[in-house]
Design a protein around this ligand. Structure first.
Ligand code: GLN
Length: 287
C-alpha cells in the first residue's frame, strides 16, 4: 500500500469525523515519524507491512471515537506541540485567546503570573515561552496532569515555570507551617489566569466527540458549570496585587454571569472577549 492509498482508504472510513483527511494525515505522519508535508510530497512511497498495520490499528481506534491527540500523544498549541494523555484536557484553539490577551495587556518586565488548573501546561507554557523574564506558577489538583505539564516544560526547555499541586488558589498559598511557604503566602501576582471546568453535567456535548475521552474533572463543574469559576473569582482577590488582573475562560453562554461574578467580587474594568467563532469566551477584571 502506498501513502496515497492509505490516506484515501482512511478518509473513506472516517465518515464520522469532521476532518477525515486531516485525521488520516496526522495518524499516518505519526506512524511514519514524518511531517504531513512529506505525505503530500511523496504520495507514491510504499508503506512497510509494519507501518501499514500500525496505521490500521490507529485508524480503527479513531473510528470508534478516540481523539487524534490521544492516538498520537500530542496536540499543537500556540507555536509548539504539547504532550497530552487522557489525564489532561486536550488544548483547544480558543484557549490561545487567553495567551494573546495577557501578552497584549501586560508589557512590563519581571512579572509574576499564575495559571490555575494548568492541565497539559498549555497557557502557562505559551506565556513562559513568549516572556522569558516573567515567572509563571502553574497549578493543578491532578498529580497526573502536573507530571505531563512538567514534561512539556522540559521538552520546551522552559525554566521560568514553577509547578504547584493543589486546588485553585489554595495551591498558591502552601502550608502555613513551613518557612518557605510562609514566604509564598505573601506572594502577590500581577495576573491570575485560568481555564477551569465550566460545562454543566447535563450538557449533551459531553456524550459527543473527543470530550467523551477527556477527564471529567477538567470539563464539568457543579452549579451549572459555574462552581469553579465562582470559587476562583471569589478567592483570587487576595492573591492579586492592586491593579492586577484576573482572566478566565468560560462557556459561550456564561459571559453575563461571569461578568456579574467579577463585579460581585469587586473587580473593575470588567470586559469580555469573543473567540474566533464570535462567541463570548474569556472575561477579565482588574483588582
Ligand atoms: N471548551 C471546552 C469544550 O467545550 C471546555 C473546556 C473547559 O471546560 N474548560 O469542550
Amino acid at each position: 500500500m502506498k501513502i496515497q492509498q492509505a490516506l484515501s482508504h482512511a478518509k473513506s472510513r472516517l465518515i464520522q469525523s469532521e476532518s477525515p483527511l486531516l485525521d488520516a494525515e496526522l495518524l499516518l505522519a505519526h506512524v511514519l515519524v514524518k511531517s504531513r508535508e512529506f505525505l503530500i510530497t511523496w504520495p507514491e512511497t510504499d508503506l512497510t507491512e509494519t507501518e501499514q498495520q500500525a496505521f490500521i490499528n490507529l485508524l480503527e481506534q479513531r473510528i470508534i471515537g478516540h481523539p487524534i491527540a490521544h492516538l498520537i500523544g500530542s496536540r499543537a498549541f500556540w507555536n509548539f506541540n504539547l504532550e497530552v494523555s487522557p489525564d489532561v484536557l486536550i488544548p483547544r484553539p480558543e484557549t490561545e485567546l487567553l495567551v494573546e490577551i495577557i501578552l497584549e495587556r501586560l508589557d512590563e518586565n519581571n512579572l509574576l503570573l499564575a495559571d490555575l488548573g494548568t492541565g497539559s501546561g498549555a497557557i502557562a507554557l505559551a506565556i513562559a515561552s513568549e516572556r522569558e523574564n516573567w515567572q509563571i506558577v502553574a497549578t493543578d489538583l491532578s498529580e497526573a496532569a502536573l507530571s505531563i505539564a512538567k514534561q512539556n516544560a522540559k521538552n520546551l526547555k522552559l525554566s521560568n515555570i514553577e509547578f504547584r499541586h493543589g486546588s485553585w488558589t489554595e495551591a498558591l498559598e502552601g502550608k502555613k507551617s513551613n518557612e518557605q511557604n510562609k514566604k509564598q503566602n505573601n506572594e502577590l501576582f500581577d495576573a491570575i489566569i485560568s481555564n477551569p471546568p465550566y460545562i454543566d453535567k447535563t450538557d449533551k456535548h459531553l456524550s459527543q466527540g473527543d470530550v467523551r475521552f477527556e477527564p471529567m474533572q477538567a470539563l464539568v463543574a457543579e452549579e451549572k458549570g459555574l462552581a469553579d469559576l465562582k470559587q476562583i473569582t471569589t478567592n483570587a482577590q487576595k492573591n492579586l496585587k492592586p491593579g492586577a488582573i484576573l482572566l478566565l475562560e468560560h462557556g459561550y453562554q456564561q459571559g453575563e454571569v461571569v461578568r456579574q461574578l467579577l463585579e460581585q467580587s469587586g473587580y473593575k474594568e470588567i470586559q469580555t472577549y469573543n473567540d474566533l467563532a464570535g462567541l463570548e469566551r474569556v472575561s477579565i477584571g482588574r483588582k
